[in-house]
Write a new protein. Structure first.
Ligand code: GMT
Length: 375
């Protein structure tokens, strides 16, 4: 098939899922065209099966806001016609599903029909999309999609609760390529980060309010009182500065390392002993899955789809949002001795296998075929 993928190219779950999906589809023989405003961060191999088409929005002084969705829908029309695209897959409803629908309508005028698959990722529904400013347009474009998928059952339920959805939503979970994870274990430089007796605890996110960054610092503060340990904070966002201040106030700044954004998540996870994800909302928690695939147990909140990813008492533990006492106690119960830690590491890896790329990508292929045949 020839598939056009529309996504956000930046660090962040939906863009990562879209990019990894496109790469996997190309390896299975499909031709994949990424259409977005910048080359996606994880897309480093353009080849005869993977194309990148940049959406340009020239600055014009009249516009207070540059009309990105207009430029995107025009680009979609051009690329779909030029490359005879079979199916368009838009990740993140805002504004991609809206732009995709406009492209479909324009193409229809020229006698070209192409189905649109929309994948809902989380904040497009729970945080941004349900805001009255966007809700009518988001509802409309979801209902106008030929197929709608969501990355968890929890997100499906949220979508049906928050919007008047006429379409059946199919759950296709996020995935991980376990085979590429294994390869990176040869490049593990633990000694650069901590002494041998210290445990390494990691958090990775875009450090926005929804990630409850203060709870990461508070949980770690409680853990390190009982166990020599270091906290590695990966990512950038508005909550980073306040978190650095909080670490200073709690007297633990020398044990907390802020690394900023990284393209080398594998190298960091391979020496991590525990992953913290205390978010107040999480449609899936891709970062938790990536940690588990590296054999890193997860201490998370029980928000949203996390319960579908992190198996309580097996791949880690879950606590109520904000319950940092419980998170610290659970963390210590895993980290207290090497036998327990190794058992949880093994179980985390096994749990990640439920989301192996080989199991999930065919679900998208099935969806594409059904969408194409239905038109
Ligand atoms: O919150 C993030 O980390 C970024 C956000 C996004 O929109 O890219 O992630 C959402 O999509 C990811 C991929 O499907 C999910 O794993 C995240 O749980 C989800 N974030 C939220 O629901 C807050």
């Amino acid at each position: 098939m020839k598939i056009a993928i529309v996504c956000y190219p930046t660090f962040g779950g939906s863009g990562v899922v879209a990019t990894e999906l496109g790469i996997a589809l190309s390896k299975r023989g499909h031709e994949v065209h990424f259409i977005t405003y910048k080359q996606p961060v994880r897309l480093d191999l353009l080849n005869e099966k993977i194309f990148f088409h940049e959406v340009n929005v020239p600055e014009y002084p009249l516009f207070h806001f540059q009309p990105y969705e207009l430029a995107l829908s025009s680009k979609l029309v051009t690329i779909i016609k030029a490359y005879h695209i079979d199916v368009m897959h838009v990740h993140y409803a805002i504004p991609h599903a809206y732009a995709g629908y406009m492209a479909k309508k324009m193409l229809k005028q020229e006698g070209i029909t192409v189905p649109m698959v929309t994948t809902l990722h989380g904040t497009d529904i729970t945080l941004v999309g349900s805001h009255p400013f966007y809700k009518p347009a988001v509802t409309f474009s979801i209902n106008k999609s030929d197929v709608v998928t969501s990355v968890s059952q929890s997100l499906k339920e949220d979508t049906n609760r928050l919007f008047d959805i006429k379409r059946k939503i199919r759950v296709i979970p996020n995935f991980i390529d376990i085979n590429t994870v294994k390869d990176t274990f040869t490049d593990c430089q633990r000694a650069l980060m901590a002494t041998e007796e210290e445990r390494i605890i990691t958090h990775i996110s875009n450090m926005r309010e929804v990630k409850c960054i203060p709870d990461v610092i508070k949980t770690f503060s409680k853990i390190q009182k009982h166990l020599p340990s270091k906290l590695i904070m990966v990512g950038e966002g508005p909550e980073r500065g306040p978190a650095e201040l909080l670490a200073q106030e709690l007297g633990i700044a020398n044990k907390v390392v802020f690394l900023g954004n990284s393209n080398e998540i594998d190298k960091i996870l391979c020496f991590s002993d525990l992953f913290l994800l205390p978010s107040k909302a999480e449609s899936f928690g891709l970062a938790a899955l990536e940690a588990m695939a590296h054999g890193v147990p997860v201490i998370s909140s029980n928000a949203g789809g996390l319960a579908e990813v992190n198996q309580d008492g097996y791949s880690g533990f879950m606590s109520g949002v904000g319950d940092t006492d419980s998170m610290a106690t659970n963390a210590l119960s895993i980290l207290k001795d090497s036998n327990t830690l190794n058992l949880f590491k093994k179980q985390a890896r096994l749990q990640a296998q439920q989301f192996a790329i080989e199991r999930v990508v065919p679900m998208y292929e099935d969806v594409y075929l059904k969408a194409i045949n239905r038109l």
